[in-house]
Design a protein around this ligand. Structure first.
Ligand code: HEM
Length: 494
């Protein structure tokens, strides 16, 4: 095309027209290069279907909720005849390959050496989000350092099932609910309840979030959370780095972050002293001890030791990975039970048959929780249809490989698209319908066994969520007590 321009078009033009034509040619070439380079995936993965850049931009500027975007553009790609559960779209680390094909999902989860975590915080050093999440912790480490930590964390999380504590904190929640009148902001209350749980069960700290609307540490934590989610600093990390001096308001948020980290360091120091001097959590049974105590005690048991910096970094991760996740799961479970009174009634009948129908509160035991088959089905179906994690952290492929029949070059960013695998009509029948029967014995879920991985809200393989059972028990306690508490009234959405 440039040849035609040079030899045939330009010689026939007047001087003025020549200037215009040359500028136009340069501008068009530039647009072509920019479009090709930045608005399309790199050439080596352009054989895969992709969601266009402008479409992503449109979603961002119109604040389109993720489920709407998935329904409008992503699921039509995934569920089209020609697609095999793989597509590309822009993410935090650039163009990411999203997988919803159950066999390919299994490969990504089980072949950890081929798909280690990518450095998700590259270029974000010293931002508020990096200060909160970075460091030597389970969520972001790879290789032998991660393995050492996980070997210590697995038994600690296996022991940490403070079911009595969950029950007592649910009783406090009910007292609060009764003071709030007939209409209650459930997501807000679930946020506060799960924050109290992370504080108490994570490291023996009382945020007092449910009881006290003005709790000082809750305010600090909220300032940090809001600051981390501010899109301005997400798109322009330099404002948090070299240009931080420009905004005293933002500096104050960083200062809150520093205070919060110091508070956690103090808690760790005190906990170590208490354990060394024999003051251990008021002689609580193993399962009721907080995670921090169990992690520190692993040193005495010869299971391995974490440094103070590693402990602090992992306490930060308890917030990042274990707070909003469970709170959202519970809010959605209560929502779906409100929307479907028949399911709520069945869950209540189960709770009453196990916990008894006396008017007083009963704190469920771990044996009783195991009998709650239907409530468990409700929890699983909620995590399928609205799981709190939309995708896993991005992985970087270490070698050329094949996923869902497609060539994936070494160095590509790959992620499992949790939201869309759970909503794909190719995987689940009537995927948008809430139906706990899918998880009944011999239900749809068990029929899908053997077809790769289809239900993965907590991930899978060696990097599966270490807090999965902790969270499931939190949910079982709250939902069963809520069903019993609300007898004979049903709750519904306002
Ligand atoms: C409904 C609640 C939860 C959901 C849906 C959830 C989901 C997940 C998922 C999908 C992963 C895997 C991420 C990846 O592979 O990139 C993960 C990892 C993790 N989760 Fe959870 N999580 C929940 C609750 C919790 C809780 C309560 C805690 C802690 C108390 C926790 C701590 C962690 C940690 C530390 C990891 C990293 C594990 C590792 O890589 O070794 N999560 N979670």
């Amino acid at each position: 095309m440039i040849e035609v321009y040079q030899h045939q078009v330009i010689p026939r033009l007047t001087k003025k027209n020549k200037a215009v034509a040359i500028s136009t040619a340069v501008a068009l070439s530039l647009i072509y290069v920019i479009r090709d380079r930045y608005f399309k995936p790199p050439k080596n993965i352009r054989h895969l279907p992709y969601q266009g850049y402008l479409d992503v931009f449109r979603s961002s500027i119109t604040n389109e909720p993720y489920p709407d975007r998935a329904k409008r553009v992503l699921l039509p790609i995934i569920d089209s005849q020609s697609n095999n559960g793989i597509y590309v779209r822009l993410g935090r680390l650039g163009w990411e390959i999203h997988i919803t094909n159950p066999e390919a999902v299994k490969k990504v989860f089980l072949k950890q050496d081929l798909f280690p975590k990518a450095d998700a915080l590259k270029g974000k050093e010293n931002t508020l989000a990096a200060k909160f999440t970075n460091g030597p912790n389970l969520l972001f480490l790879n290789g032998s350092h991660w393995k050492t930590q996980r070997t210590i964390a697995n038994p600690a999380f296996h022991r940490a099932q403070p079911i009595q504590l969950f029950g007592r904190m649910t009783q406090e929640l009910f007292i609060k609910m009764e003071s709030l009148g007939k209409t209650i902001d459930i997501p807000n209350l679930m946020q506060r309840w799960t924050l109290d749980i992370i504080g108490k069960a994570g490291f023996g700290f009382d945020f007092n979030a449910v009881k006290d609307d003005n709790s000082a540490w809750v305010k600090t934590y909220d300032i940090i959370s809001d600051g981390m989610q501010d899109p301005l600093y997400f798109f322009f990390p330099i404002l948090d780095q070299a240009l931080l001096w420009l905004s005293p308001k933002r500096q104050a948020v960083h200062e809150e972050m520093r205070r919060f980290a110091n508070m956690l360091s103090e808690v760790i120091k005190k906990k170590r002293q208490d354990i060394e001097s024999g003051v251990q959590n008021d002689n609580l049974p193993e399962n009721e001890k907080d995670v921090l105590t169990l992690l520190i005690e692993s040193e005495q048991r010869g299971e391995g030791a974490l440094t103070d910096e590693e402990l602090r970094s992992n306490l930060h991760v308890l917030f990042v990975a274990g707070h909003d996740t469970t709170s959202n799961a519970l809010s959605f479970a209560l929502y779906y039970l409100a929307k479907h009174p028949e399911f709520q009634q069945r869950a209540r009948e189960e709770a009453l048959s196990i916990l008894g129908d006396t008017p007083n509160d009963i704190l469920p035991s771990s044996e009783q929780l195991k009998q709650m088959n239907y409530i468990n089905q409700v929890i699983k179906e909620t995590l399928r249809i609205n799981g709190p994690a939309a995708q896993i952290l991005p992985r970087r492929t270490q070698e050329d490989t094949v996923l869902a029949g497609a060539f994936i070059p070494k160095g590509s960013i790959v992620t499992v698209d949790l939201y869309n695998i759970h909503r794909s009509q190719k995987v689940w029948k009537d995927a948008n319908q809430f139906n706990p029967e899918r998880f009944a014995p011999k239900g749809e879920s068990s029929q899908l066994a053997g077809e790769g991985m289809t239900w993965v809200p907590f991930g899978n393989g060696a990097r599966q969520c270490v807090g999965m059972n902790f969270s499931l028990n939190e949910q079982r306690v709250l939902l069963s007590m809520m069903c019993k508490f609300s007898t004979p009234y049903a709750w519904r959405s306002a």
